[in-house]
Write a protein that binds this ligand. Sequence first.
Ligand SMILES: [Zn+2]
Length: 445
Amino acid sequence: MMKQDRENKIRADLMVTGDYVLTLNYEKKVLEKGALAITGDSIIAVDKASVLKEKIEAREILDASGCLVMPGLINLHTHGAMTCFRGLADDLPHQEWLHEHIFPAEAHHLSEETVYWGTMLAIVEMIKSGTTTFCDGYFYEDGAARAVAGSRIRAVVAQGVIDFPAPGVPDPKINVKAAEAFVFRWQGKSPHLIPSIFCHSPYTCSPETLTRTKEVCREHGILFQIHLAETMNEVEEIQKRYGRRPVEHLRALGLLDAETLCHHAVWVTNEEIELLKQNGVGVSHNPESNMKLASGVAPVPEMLASGIKLGLGTDGCASNNNLDMFQEMDTAAKLHKVHWRDPTLCSAVQVVAMASTGGASALGMGGILGSLESGKKADIITIDLNKPHLTPMYEPCSHLVYAARGADVRDVIIDGRMVMRQRQLLDIDEQEVMGKVREIAAAIR
Ligand SMILES: [Zn+2]
């Protein structure tokens, strides 16, 4: 609610002014010398600074002169605690990487404590590179939930489900129950933490596990997540076992709806894209992980043309190896151009939309996140344009995708509260976090 004061000015808690305000609203409006006003956790007005200053009296002003102001980015797919395994095993075949390195490292070294510190490190890295919302899935996810609840970042936090002994869930017979218990523990506990369940994949989860998990998700009104059609091997394996392709398999099990989020969708046909679109399923595109593991090139131009809910993710740090969404945008824009030998594909504007509004709608949060508009949550970042590699600037989205990097993010606001000012984190001791993860790495080594 806007309150008028004695001088007839509306009061706000915070006003952010910048050289450019990239709203990413429906008209993709860019305001030169723009500003936005925030009260509580929400944006109450966005306009030219001169106009807003006439109408609004803010308790505090964040002067972002020389900066571009934009919505915080949304990392639609990651496994935060895998920061602990950053650079542990590179340049290996996918199955060898997973079964001989990642699964054993997880089995021996994961605990709620290591997941907590690994996720804390992910949160530090993400805030410092402009991500204000991330969608996570892993084991010992109480550790991740504790990290999210204790920091200010917004996150969908999902307990992993897999049909073999997993870290924290040694008996696979109770994997779905354990995930449901996680949801009970965390639902409604923190306004910026949204619990979810993540079935690892259709080749590591039986049809019974998948359908039981989806039932639990429906009961609690939460997001069901799954890695889907990531590799050609997976498609062959699912066809061999069930006589249908992965998306068809999920449809046959009744899993496709607007509260399902599929990660990767690399090996999907046009018919499968149509199925995902018709059922309102969200998809995350993770180009750097797909490239590093040589999984393949997702048909993103077709997905964009279909109007599917498509966002961008980094995937975990073992297959990327960082969580910088600016680097991910750059890769997404270029990969499809070279793959199809068509430089008009995946424009900068489309890619920025994937990392913001696309991710928000895939999470079912399009009404509150993804753009700078009155009524939406005040999740905002500023980009310092006073850098050689960002000079001059003709078109903001082009800069964000092809020239900027995470380190150019200057300030971060989440839910209307400053969490990073002039690159200094206000609530987290980043030296302590890095120190703890180095200790974990020493044990892994
Ligand atoms: Zn993943």
